[in-house]
Write a protein of this length. Structure first.
Length: 117
């Protein structure tokens, strides 16, 4: 759920950043405050790392319980939870990476360096 929320936030912030840079845009969108953008990047970075770590954790659980699922009923019951955990952590990491992508410094802004690293 966090990944979906971050993706939606990224879409909204990206449109506000683009609107504030376009001189022909007559919309009433407020520019993005710098501290809000910094906090969003911080949240996205932490969420992408946490999503990657959780994906590895759930993948390890799945690798451990999948081979013995036919013999142990508890392991068989843990396989769906591990798959759901992997999918959820991938969604979280993907949403966070999209938010990071949306908050890149625009090309040509600031000191003349390119915004895409």
């Amino acid at each position: 759920m966090l990944g979906a929320a971050e993706a939606v936030a990224g879409w909204g912030l990206r449109s506000r950043i683009r609107a504030s840079r376009d001189p022909d845009d007559r919309s009433e969108r407020r520019p993005v405050p710098p501290l809000l953008a910094a906090r969003a990047v911080l949240t996205a970075k932490a969420s992408s790392l946490a999503g990657a770590a959780l994906c590895g954790l759930w993948l390890g659980v799945l690798v451990y319980v999948a081979p013995i699922a036919g013999q142990v009923s508890a392991a068989r019951d843990d396989v769906p939870a591990a798959v759901i955990g992997i999918v959820g952590s991938l969604v979280m990491a993907a949403g966070a990476l999209y938010l990071e992508h949306c908050l890149r410094t625009p090309t040509g802004a600031g000191d003349g360096r390119r915004g895409d690293r």
